[in-house]
Write a protein that binds this ligand. Structure first.
Ligand SMILES: [Zn+2]
Length: 73
């Protein structure tokens, strides 16, 4: 499943629009939890990431940039 497909799937299931998702600070990030229902992506809230945390710094640059945008800093 591509990232865009995951976002479509997630917003359809949650019954909300992509714009709402962004306004709420949500971001789709790669997931390797290995869960049997895992689609290879997870929807998480950007606000959960501290910008100097290991988890944040381990993300690819493009996602770091997106989180910064979502957090407005
Ligand atoms: Zn997962």
């Amino acid at each position: 499943m591509t990232r865009d497909e995951f976002i479509d799937y997630w917003t359809a299931n949650a019954g909300i629009a992509m714009e709402e998702l962004k306004l709420s600070g949500f971001i789709a990030l790669p997931c390797d939890c290995g869960g049997c229902s895992c689609k290879g992506w997870q929807m998480t809230n950007a606000i959960l990431y501290q910008l100097d945390s290991e988890a944040f710094l381990a993300l690819p640059q493009e996602y770091q940039d997106e989180i910064k945008l979502l957090e407005g800093r």
